[in-house]
Design a protein around this ligand. Structure first.
Ligand SMILES: Nc1ncnc2c1ncn2[C@@H]1O[C@H](COP(=O)(O)OP(=O)(O)OP(=O)(O)O)[C@@H](O)[C@H]1O
Ligand SMILES: [Mg+2]
Length: 241
């Protein structure tokens, strides 16, 4: 897996239609650089979730090219996709927690899948639950948690494995402004460790809180200014690439 230095994802003239309907996304082209912090914004229905689904490889585009870590992921055999997905943490707009598992076990899941020993995962999972304010709810099943609490478990699960890319769909949509800021700081901390972060939100207040972030704006399925902000080179301030 190799790519031009710092470039980890390239979309080239990507189009997406569901079934035979009109294109939901049209001519979407951008490059994501390693270790940068991106916001994806746009009105409800603009196509943010659809673009993220392409990014975390849950959906193939109708046309165009997508490369990830230097590999064409569109023609990649299905059985090769999990290796790419494991390098990503995803916060789904509808959380998708595992219903029969406790908050603790949901957060522990990515570590267990990657073979971390039980003795080694307890501390990190407890710390993460503490950070998102759910230390007291570690044993609770998702159905007994509030929407905001479920969202925080989903975030903890997405970041615990320090993924190369974090994809978060409206990750602060169900929490109060104070918690939203705290969660944003968690994403920034992860970003400083080298993770490329992509946060979809229609909360414009949020965008201002991360000064170094790059903003991708979707308007009815097309990216505004795809050649401007999105073509910025990676940072040269010593951040790991
Ligand atoms: N599975 C699907 N089948 C058909 N149309 C879909 C499907 N998923 C989304 N759409 C349509 O695609 C468009 C973009 O939807 P998408 O969910 O990507 O928007 P969004 O920007 O994430 O909106 P929101 O801010 O409300 O989450 C909408 O018109 C939506 O109705
Ligand atoms: Mg959405």
């Amino acid at each position: 897996m190799s790519a031009p230095e710092g470039e980890i994802v390239q979309f080239d003239n990507v189009g997406l239609r569901y079934g035979t309907e009109r294109e939901i996304l049209s001519n979407v082209s951008f490059t994501l650089f390693s270790s940068r912090f991106y916001f994806l914004t746009g009105a409800s229905g603009a196509g943010k979730t659809s673009l993220l689904r392409l990014l975390y490889l849950a959906q193939r585009p109708s046309r165009g090219a997508i490369r990830m870590f230097g590999t064409d992921v569109i023609t990649l055999p299905r059985e090769k996709l999990p290796a790419y997905r494991r390098r990503m943490g995803v916060v789904f707009q509808d959380f998708r927690l595992v219903g029969h598992l406790s908050a603790f076990d949901n957060v522990a899941l990515p570590l267990r899948v990657s073979g971390v020993r039980e003795a080694d995962l307890r501390g990190p999972v407890e710390d993460m639950l503490e950070w998102v304010g759910l230390a007291q709810r570690a044993d609770a099943r998702p159905a007994t948690l509030s929407g905001g609490e479920q969202q925080r478990v989903a975030i903890a699960r997405a970041v615990i494995g320090r993924p190369d890319i974090l994809v978060a769909d409206e990750p602060t949509g169900n929490v109060d402004p104070e918690m939203a800021l705290k969660l944003l700081r968690l994403f920034e901390a992860l970003n400083r460790l080298g993770t490329t972060v992509v946060v979809a939100t229609h909360d414009v207040q949020l965008l201002r809180k991360v000064p170094d972030s790059l903003i991708m704006r979707l308007d009815k399925g097309t990216l505004a200014d795809p050649t401007g902000a999105l073509r910025y080179p990676p940072r040269r301030d010593g951040v790991r690439m």
